[in-house]
Design a protein around this ligand. Structure first.
Ligand code: C2O
Ligand code: CU
Ligand code: CU
Length: 566
């Protein structure tokens, strides 16, 4: 006895020690490189990344990298030009989630980028300062491409937000965090068919830790789960302050100790770490145990299509280690952040109701009993109308509803304004629609009409939108545009070395779309509503013969012009 007891203790100690050592193997969270420019090149590749600690690397999709893309800064009032080149073997699209822009620049399922081609949308940024994102939106492929890691952050800056004393030094006191989880096959590949992942990734980092300065910090958090919601809080139950959500700053900060964040939603919070000890730790947690029935990720199963090791449990999202403060920490939280007036239900002149339908075993979810079809326009909205949309979910499961083009105001839940959460005040583009509930929002469809390219509304759960839980609307306007006089159009110089000019246009606004094809008919460039004053940059095209197709804004008819690249 006397001999065995100490050896058992040693064994136990060794076991505990190795356990704690293996738990302590955190990886510092990757903070995507930030870029601040007026034109961005996004190159999308099939690539690989070591997402599982041992064994095979995982096939991923990277944008200028191996998982997730750069953080792009956009300035309100300025033009931004995107050059998106698809080096994947599949088609894709890139959607600017939350941006208010012309439908033809939106990057929804209609703005397909074939393999090997470059799509060059541009727009004038008019969103409020806030935290937005970009991601693929190819119909029936969205879940797979997002699960493989394709996406990135957008940070919009404006004078209102810049004037406030808030932490905004990227990666120093202001951290962007994308929360997502993955399930891996026995060969370490991402499981693309299941609803939930088993292992959390923060900015694509597994077992993530963030060294965070001992001061007031800002966390910008985005949920890019396939379906899971998070009920976020800190392991010591501390209060934190919500300053912004999807569409930018709230009018006043809100103090809470929990916040629910559903797929596609963003939240910006301030956390005061000034009283912590350097070297101490804190967990950002998901308190997902015992959520109301129908909460995505509340299922009891740990395996199978709706199973996950993280289901119906409280789990660590991010391990925070308190580090040295920065030189000039921001102190204090402004009591007033903004002064927005929101649309009210009585201002709406059009009411629409959207029911969650389908979803019986083996049948995909739909909206109003109609499954998404690329050629079906579900609604025609009149430019400048204020509309009230009521979403009705008489079913057993929650959904995360998103609309393109506009930011909306959530005016009521289950018929009462008092049920709207403190975390969802402010402008929103995603709203959680729990089981057996309804929610109403009001929005105005201003600035951008386009009879040809629609905007989407859909559930933001990957498999739900891919499965047809999506619809589309076009914004119509009544005034007409003049037809393009094409007889006199020529391309100059021809042959061309770098910039190609269209000569003979009365009004450059008359050009709706330009596509450039090579001799094999492959799309090389797609230029929606191109700004033609500086010419079309064709310097990257290999020498040869090309066909330029120009679409008329008014008639949408196509005109063809040929040119030679030197
Ligand atoms: Cu985040 Cu339809 O998009
Ligand atoms: Cu969107
Ligand atoms: Cu859904």
């Amino acid at each position: 006895m006397k001999k065995t007891t100490p050896s058992l203790v040693i064994l136990l100690l060794t076991f505990l020690l190795t356990r704690s050592v293996s738990f302590a193997q955190y990886n510092e969270v990757w903070i995507p490189p930030i870029q601040d420019a007026s034109s961005y090149n996004l190159n999308i590749y099939d690539t690989i990344k070591q997402l599982v600690p041992t064994g095979n690397q995982t096939v991923t999709i990277g944008i200028n990298g191996d998982f997730w893309g750069p953080t792009l800064v956009l300035h309100q009032g300025q033009n931004v030009q995107m050059n998106v080149t698809n080096y994947l073997n599949d088609s894709t699209t890139v959607h600017w989630h939350g941006m208010h822009l012309p439908a033809v620049m939106d990057g929804g399922p209609h703005q397909v980028i074939p393999p090997g081609s470059t799509w060059s949308p541009y727009w004038t940024v008019n969103n409020r300062a806030g935290f937005y994102w970009y991601h693929p939106h190819l119909h029936s492929m969205t879940a797979e491409q997002i699960l493989k890691g394709m996406g990135g952050f957008l940070i919009v800056q404006d004078s209102e937000e810049s004037a406030l004393n808030l932490p905004r030094t990227y990666g120093s006191d202001d951290f962007p965090l994308v929360l997502t989880s993955r399930k891996f096959s026995s060969s370490n590949q991402i499981v693309l068919t299941d609803a939930y992942g088993d292992y959390m990734l923060v900015n694509g980092t597994r077992n993530p830790k963030l060294t965070i300065p001992k001061q007031l910090v800002r966390l910008r958090i985005l949920n890019v789960e396939n379906e899971r919601g998070f009920d976020l809080g800190f392991s010591d139950n501390r209060n934190f302050t919500i300053i912004a959500n999807d569409g930018g700053l709230l009018n006043a900060p809100m103090t809470v100790n929990r916040v629910k964040l559903m797929v596609g939603e963003r939240i910006e919070i301030l956390v005061d770490l000034s009283n912590e000890t350097i070297g101490s730790t804190l967990e950002l947690m998901a308190y997902n145990a015992n959520q109301a029935f129908g909460f995505p990720g509340g299922e009891p199963n740990t395996t199978g299509a709706f199973g996950s090791l993280l289901n119906n449990t409280n789990f660590n999202v991010l391990h925070l280690v308190i580090g040295n403060p920065t030189q000039t920490p921001v102190v204090g939280i402004p009591s007033v952040l903004s002064n927005q007036t929101y649309w009210t239900e009585s201002q709406a002149t059009v009411n629409r109701t959207i029911q969650v339908t389908g979803g019986q075993p083996g049948i995909p979810f739909t909206l109003n009993n109609s499954s998404f079809a690329l050629n079906t326009i579900n609604y025609h909205v009149q430019l400048d109308d204020v509309e009230k949309w009521t979403l009705v979910n008489n079913q057993i499961f929650g959904h995360s509803f998103h609309i393109h083009d506009v930011q909306f105001k959530i005016t009521s839940r289950n018929g009462s304004a008092a049920n709207v959460g403190s975390h969802e005040q402010g402008w929103k583009d995603v709203v959680y629609l729990p089981r057996n509930e309804n929610v109403t929002f009001v929005c105005k469809f201003n600035d951008y009409s386009d009879a040809l390219h629609p905007f989407m509304y859909h559930c933001h759960f990957g498999q739900h939108e891919d499965g047809g839980m999506m619809g589309q609307f076009v914004v119509d306007q009544t005034n007409s545009l003049s037809e393009l006089a094409v007889e006199k159009l020529i391309l100059k110089p021809n042959p061309v070395e770098d910039k190609l000019f269209l000569i003979g246009l009365d009004d450059p606004e008359q050009v709706y779309y330009i596509r450039i094809f090579d001799q094999l008919g492959r799309t090389m460039y797609m230029l929606p509503k191109p700004n033609l004053t500086n010419g079309i940059d064709v310097s990257k095209l290999p020498s040869g013969n090309y066909l330029l197709e120009l679409t008329d804004q008014q008639t949408k008819s196509i005109h063809k012009l040929r040119f030679i690249k030197k």
